[in-house]
Design a protein around this ligand. Structure first.
Ligand code: ZN
Ligand code: MN
Length: 484
């Protein structure tokens, strides 16, 4: 799909809402979903004479993000006014950090089918969110509840090369921010949003081409899709000998492509100037100590630990740790299960197809999953029964062991019963027995199939096969004896 002679150069700017109870420069609440304009005050409404006061905890969360992404934390950083006119911005400027951001020079490890790559993080700065416009047929209203909610903006270097890599980056970033308690990163609620900067250049060239910015993409899938179609659009322009305009675009979900919004603003258009009402933000090494000490285990460390502690495959650990809630669920379930490897297979292979929510939430409790997998590991039920019971557990909670016993779903593993069934199968299938004697292996499969049918799918397949082979060879012996 990519034009072979061009290479995509992609950088992402991700805005994440800080998980603070109050806004970044006032004490208004940040709860999502409150009635419009019920969480505002003169400060976040931008009324003249109101003065901002920096939320200490917002700074701590931003530092946590910086540490988790291996950034340098600036001993001195500064707030600026980024000026632009838009109705959702009551002061007509956004308080942000321009020249002196809080964090610089970090990195993030991503994993795709092509392997592991380090993506450089250029900077992380703090800023405030804007309000929200609500459009309806009778006009546009403004909800200022979100105005002044604390954000960090995480800017990557232009190190990403494809939609797949961008999506892996966003997933890894969300995993880290959620785990570190920085943000809940709910894309559907807008607490994590992504701007994509994308240009093409001829392979082997260093200089960057003209870039477009795709604004406010709000899902991983849309980011990947937007990038794929923007690469295609730009490469077609270049192939026709036309120029790529430097412009701001947006991803149209219905059309499935990017559409032009406006000509790109340059930094000069924002007329940045220092925010005079906030002092320089000074962070000492001593300030960092307690924050560093309280950092939780991050996804990459957790991945390594899961492999070591539970003996699960690295690929499985990668998927589990991509979602903190999923890894939590696995560990909670593994506590009650002796075979963590089988548990991870069953969780990722079977249970996940019933989990559509984002972030991950399981319709089956961790304990129930463990009980079900244990029955299967102990070979008391077979794989087919395990899957059927899982489908029912998704609908209603019950004890898998009790139901399997009640409904006669347990595997038949006692020799007596299996021998009786197999004797009957052999007596009923002289043709198949005959074919088997002539060396047709398919006949053995047919006999096994009949055993499964006779047992209502409950015969232990391994033991059944062993007894079947024994009986077939016994009959041979008897025949030989008769001939002697
Ligand atoms: Zn306020
Ligand atoms: Mn920003």
């Amino acid at each position: 799909m990519n034009h072979p002679e061009y290479e995509a150069v992609i950088g992402l700017e991700v805005h994440a809402e800080l998980r603070t109870a109050s806004k970044i420069f006032c004490s208004c609440k940040t709860e999502f979903g409150a009635a419009p304009n019920t969480q505002c005050c003169p400060i976040c409404m931008g009324l003249p004479g109101s003065l901002p006061r920096l939320n200490r905890y917002a700074v701590e969360l931003a530092i946590r993000a910086g540490l988790a992404l291996e950034c340098e934390i600036a001993p001195r950083s500064k707030f600026d006014r980024k000026q632009y006119f838009y109705p959702d911005l009551p002061k007509a400027y956004q308080i942000s950090q321009n020249k002196y951001p809080l964090c610089r020079n970090g990195r993030l490890q991503i994993r795709t089918a092509k392997g592991v790559r380090q993506i450089r993080i250029t900077r992380i700065h703090m800023e405030e969110d804007a309000g929200k416009l609500i459009h309806s047929p009778d006009g546009t209203r403004i909800d200022y509840n979100r105005s002044g909610v604390g954000l960090i903006e995480i800017v990557s270097a232009p190190d990403l090369r494809s939609g797949e890599e961008a999506s892996a980056y966003l997933r890894a970033l969300r995993g880290i921010l959620v785990t570190a308690g920085v943000s809940d990163c709910r894309m559907q609620e807008g607490s994590m949003r992504c701007d994509i900067n994308l240009s093409l250049r001829r392979r082997g060239e260093e200089a960057l081409g003209a870039r477009t910015e795709i604004k406010n993409v709000n899902s991983f899938a849309f980011a990947e899709k937007a990038i794929q179609c923007e690469i295609l659009r730009q490469s077609e322009l270049l192939a026709r000998g036309e120029r790529v305009e430097s412009e701001t675009r947006r991803f149209d979900e219905a059309l499935g492509c990017t559409v032009r919004m406006r000509k790109k603003e340059s930094a000069a258009d924002y007329r940045f100037l220092a925010e005079p009402n906030l002092p320089v933000l000074c962070i000492s090494q001593e300030d960092l100590l307690p924050i560093r000490a309280a950092m939780p285990e991050l996804p990459e460390e957790r991945r390594a630990r899961l492999c070591k502690d539970y003996g699960i495959a690295e690929a499985d650990a990668v998927i589990l740790t991509s979602e903190p809630a999923l890894a939590d669920y696995f560990e909670a379930s593994a506590e009650h299960c002796t075979d963590a490897v089988k548990l991870s297979h069953f969780l990722l292979g079977e249970l996940l197809r019933y989990c559509r929510s984002d972030p991950f939430r399981s319709p089956v409790s961790a304990l129930r999953l463990a009980e079900l997998v244990a029955l299967w590991c102990e070979e008391r039920i077979n794989g087919t029964t395990a899957k059927r019971l899982l489908a029912r557990l998704v609908e209603a909670d019950f004890s898998p062991e009790a139901v399997a016993a009640q409904e006669n779903l347990m595997q038949i593993r006692d020799r007596e019963s299996l021998c009786a069934m197999i004797r009957a199968v052999l007596a009923d299938s002289p043709k198949a027995v005959e074919d088997y004697r002539k060396g047709k292996l398919a006949a053995l499969r047919a006999l096994q199939g009949r055993l499964m049918a006779v047992s209502g799918g409950r015969a232990d397949p391994m033991l059944g096969e062993r007894i079947l082979l024994e009986m077939l060879s016994e009959e041979d012996d008897e025949k030989e004896r008769a001939c002697e």
